[in-house]
Design a binder for this molecule. Structure first.
Ligand code: SF4
Length: 296
């Protein structure tokens, strides 16, 4: 079977790096998953975190690399503190999280390790994992890579960060972000279908598209709301996040927080589109307390 880390084209960067031979591409990651943190996480949307927490596995590295990244401590890794884990070890970790009461398994930014992670989910399910498996990703994902998760992932939580290529170029060096993200979300929706809630009030299947409100990004955000509501409406959840916190490297506009007024106006705009499957993060929730204690 082809080793997809040998000539890596797992994400739209298509670096072609031989990650099996110690070479790295844009994501700076080796071919074996590096895990920074495994924990029960209570800071996700209530349909994910519930009252017992989401069994979250934070992978190091990222193939999007936003300059304002809220998890920059691990996304720009390797940190040197991450633990290498193969598919068997990951599967065991998911089963332990389930035993600890996790409502679901929540894989954060796993796409640059997709073949191993997909294998780990398969192994965990074969060993009896019952809770839903969620993939939490940047939205800058290839359909061909997402297909590795077909039939294994129950919930997707992609970001939809930018509409305008002006923003996606300036902040993530990804002028094609919006079109790539639209195709990715279409594939995720093909795999999961419309949202399915359990009797416990938690999400069992479906998609939550997250949008982080950026300073100066009001019109961009409105375009994203227009797109998502017209294409999927209440078949998906839309989560508007106002937790943007300027990171130490942010300058200019990105050094400010989005105003409370613009966040409120976007909430009203989303409601005006008839979207009832929505989460609106409280403005006061911005700040470092939303960021887990990574091993940095
Ligand atoms: S996953 Fe990493 S190495 Fe592979 S194409 Fe993307 S950025 Fe390049």
């Amino acid at each position: 079977m082809e080793n997809q880390f040998e000539n890596c084209n797992l994400c739209p960067r298509r670096c072609g790096a031989d990650r099996t031979a110690g070479k790295t591409g844009f994501c700076r990651m080796p071919g074996e998953p590096l895990v920074n943190l495994i924990k029960l996480h209570y800071g996700e949307e209530p349909v994910i975190s519930g009252n017992k927490g989401s069994g979250t596995v934070f992978f190091e590295g990222c193939s999007l690399g936003c300059i304002f990244c809220q998890n920059y401590m691990i996304s720009r890794g390797p940190t040197g503190r991450g633990k290498k884990m193969d598919a068997d070890e990951l599967a065991q970790a998911y089963l332990s999280l389930e035993e600890s009461g996790a409502h679901n398994i929540n894989l954060v930014t796993p796409m640059h390790f997709a073949p191993v992670v997909a294998n780990s989910i398969e192994k965990a399910k074969l060993s009896g994992l019952k809770i839903p498996v969620a993939v939490n990703c940047s939205g800058y994902d290839l359909v061909s890579t997402l297909k590795l998760f077909d039939g294994l992932v129950d919930i997707y939580m992609p970001d939809m960060k930018y509409f305008s290529s002006k923003f996606s170029s300036a902040y993530s060096n990804a002028p094609d972000y919006f079109s790539v993200c639209c195709s990715a979300v279409d594939e995720m929706f093909r795999q999961t279908g419309s949202i399915v809630m359990g009797e416990d009030g938690l999400l069992k299947r479906g998609i939550i598209v997250r949008h982080l409100i950026l300073p100066g990004g009001l019109f961009d955000s409105k375009h994203i709301i227009d797109y998502l509501t017209s294409r999927y409406g209440n078949k998906i959840f839309i989560s508007l996040m106002s937790q943007y916190t300027p990171m130490p490297s942010c300058t200019g506009r990105l050094a400010e927080k989005p105003s409370k007024r613009s966040c409120e106006s976007l909430s009203d705009y989303l409601a005006s589109k008839g979207q009832t499957n929505a989460f609106i993060q409280e403005y006061e929730s911005s700040g470092n307390e939303m960021i887990p204690d990574f091993l940095t």
